[in-house]
Design a protein around this ligand. Structure first.
Ligand SMILES: [Fe+2]
Length: 312
């Protein structure tokens, strides 16, 4: 009898343990998807470009020179799909400010239903305009098959074909956002040259042409979505590049950081300001994710104000 009682107690304890774990997992998922994924933050990053990134080099290089100052809003990975409300409200609030540039670095839309929000993205046009590049979620219609089996094997990760992105491009252009698809734009008076790398990629020769088409003494800015072969940008003399895709890892463990970056970046470079040579690179944590996997832990969604002082 006592032995039976002991077995029964053990079973109850195991059941209680499993139930507690289940409740903890459910609670964590609820918090990560319903609370933290909607806790939008605005961060401010200050950066000096064109003077190397070593503090000593900066001090020597900038003596007696006057920098070009740019106030840039960097937004990424909105993954817009119907219905949106909180995210769009946040974007409208942060764009209602004085910027020189507003930059979108891909995964703007999750699917065609998100296109209707394009016209609401910019509350106030910045001085030098708004620019965007597209990302993998703009180009691909991912199914759950790709989102699950694709995690196990690269072969299943991407749909076979790109979708037609023209309706997205048209909606963005109508909203006053210039989409750079392996093209560039120069603002000669303000000495700013902007290059946009489209998600499907660009050859080294074409990239070189775009970067080197910058008129003399211009600050060369570059937009991309996936962090890939970043050292190319440094080799070509890009002053500052902006990208996304990593979502900052989405789940960060205190003391450890991001668990994955889904890119060539090491985990400690999952988001924030990093350098390749003298090229500053800002990787945004983004504002969203695929709605089916939109959960975040210790990694709230961010918009970023980048104050650039550029020494040409
Ligand atoms: Fe994304």
């Amino acid at each position: 009898m006592p032995l039976k009682l002991e077995c029964g107690n053990k079973r109850n304890m195991i059941f209680a343990g499993l139930a507690s774990l289940g409740a903890l997992a459910a609670g964590t998922y609820w918090y990560a998807s319903r609370v933290e994924a909607r806790r939008f933050k605005l961060e401010v990053v200050n950066v000096i470009t064109g003077a190397g990134h070593e503090p000593l080099a900066e001090a020597e290089a900038v003596a007696g020179r006057h920098p070009l100052s740019l106030r840039v809003l960097h937004l990424s990975d909105l993954h817009l799909s119907k219905p949106e409300s909180v995210k769009i409200d946040f974007v409208r609030r942060v764009t209602d400010d004085d910027f020189d540039l507003i930059l979108f670095t891909g995964d703007i839309f999750e699917n065609y239903s998100g296109i209707e929000y394009a016209s609401q993205l910019i509350s106030r046009q910045p001085r030098l305009g708004s620019y965007a590049v597209l990302g993998n979620h703009d180009y691909y219609n991912y199914t759950m098959f790709h989102r699950t089996l694709g995690r196990l094997h690269k072969k299943f990760r991407y749909p076979k074909e790109y979708r037609d992105v023209e309706p997205m491009v048209e909606a963005l252009e109508n909203a006053g956002i210039t989409v750079l698809r392996n093209t560039s734009k120069s603002h000669e008076e303000e000495k700013v040259h902007i290059v946009g790398v489209d998600y499907p990629g660009i050859s080294d020769a074409d990239l070189k042409k775009l970067v080197q088409s910058a008129p003399k003494n211009h600050a060369i800015l570059l937009l991309f979505h996936v962090p890939k072969n970043l050292k190319r940008y440094a080799e070509l003399g890009v002053h500052m590049a902006f990208g996304g895709h990593t979502h900052g890892g989405q789940v960060r463990v205190p003391g450890v950081g991001a668990l994955i970056t889904d890119s060539e970046l090491p985990r400690h470079e999952a988001s924030g300001l990093l350098w390749r040579g003298n090229t500053a690179i800002h990787i945004s944590r983004g504002l969203g994710a695929d709605p089916r996997t939109n959960f975040r832990l210790f990694c709230p969604p961010h918009a970023s104000i980048i104050n650039i002082k550029h020494y040409s």
